[in-house]
Design a protein around this ligand. Structure first.
Ligand code: ATP
Ligand code: MG
Length: 300
């Protein structure tokens, strides 16, 4: 299957702004970020579709399902993304054709109907992940505040060897960018943010200086980090995010200082992603999300 050909034909007709959460490294916060980004955008009044490409774990699908259950249990309405899951076909596990068909079905109709599509990808190198990266307008890569995660992004040079090379993932992003530019002349805005930064680090990740150094070389924007907070696991179980309104009816959703601090950090990440600068969803139409320099923060 020709990936670049597929990307070109899909992106040519595309209107919705595609946000892909990706990292070859597992357990960095891709699914957590995907749900938070989707809910943050929903709260601005945007039409948001979510697609889960992690066929093995389906974390985003489970997250959305937990959210549905929470609504049913509490009777409290919270905004829901229009979610699509790319199911795991056992017999087609290695088939690029089957993956492409399932992904194309998930994408069907989203261009016209939504302002944003948030795609969660699996760790590792997958065909679906490669397709998604070529469709991204914005690529968000969370990584843990560790040298192991850093090395998965760009090689750490042995003493005296400079500059370090990009990792396999960085090279994959470079290839996706190249194919995208050739397909429709558009650029992928790549944002890297540290996740699970120790609270004691006061927001400054240990690997921040090295990441700042890597940013210009690998071509990403380095966003402020998200602190390590146990509430993220509780929020997943409830299907909620730091952006959801709380009324105290659910133990997991009662606001406290940790919630507010986590929400503040996620808002900052949303601001730094600059999604309000996206183009209108229909040619000539007013942008559904206001095109201005205003931060997204007041809407959340
Ligand atoms: N800032 C955070 N503080 C504490 N826990 C977090 C934070 N962000 C994510 N987590 C937790 O870390 C775990 C991994 O997060 P998540 O599933 O979002 O990562 P992932 O990159 O999607 O993983 P995978 O590669 O397996 O798909 C989850 O239990 C999640 O609740
Ligand atoms: Mg995940």
């Amino acid at each position: 299957m020709n990936v670049s050909g597929v990307s070109a034909s899909v992106s040519a007709a595309r209107r919705a702004h595609v946000i892909v959460c990706g990292n070859a490294k597992g357990g960095t916060g891709k699914s957590t970020f995907a749900m938070h980004i989707a809910v943050a955008l929903l709260r601005t009044g945007s039409r948001v579709a979510t697609i889960d490409l992690d066929t093995s774990h389906q974390t985003l699908t489970n997250y959305v399902e937990n959210r549905r259950r929470w609504v049913q249990a509490t009777g409290i309405a919270v905004a829901m993304p229009d979610h699509r899951n790319v199911p795991h076909h056992r017999q087609f596990a290695d088939s690029e054709g089957a993956t492409f068909t399932a992904f194309a079905e998930a994408l069907a109709g989203v261009d016209a109907a939504f302002d944003f599509v948030v795609i969660d990808t699996a760790a590792g190198e997958t065909f679906a992940g490669r397709l998604a990266h070529r469709l991204a307008d914005t690529l968000v890569t969370p990584l843990n505040d560790s040298l192991i995660d850093l090395e998965a992004l760009g090689d750490l040079p042995p003493a005296g060897r400079n500059p370090p090379a990009g990792s396999g993932y960085a090279r994959a992003v470079a290839k996706a960018r190249d194919e995208r530019r050739r397909a429709d002349g558009r650029l992928i805005d790549w944002i890297v943010a540290c996740n699970r930064v120790p609270v004691t680090a006061a927001g400054e990740a240990k690997i921040a200086p090295r990441l700042r150094d890597m940013a210009s070389r690998l071509g990403f924007r380095f966003a402020d980090g998200i602190s390590q907070r146990v509430l993220f696991d509780d929020l997943f179980a409830a299907g909620l995010t730091t952006f959801d309104e709380y009324d105290g009816r659910s133990a997991t959703s009662r606001p406290n200082l940790a919630h507010l601090a986590a929400r503040q950090e996620m808002r900052r990440l949303m601001d730094q992603m600059r999604l309000l600068h996206c183009k209108p969803s229909k040619p000539g139409a007013e942008p559904h999300v206001r095109r201005s320099d205003a931060a997204i923060t007041p809407a959340l």
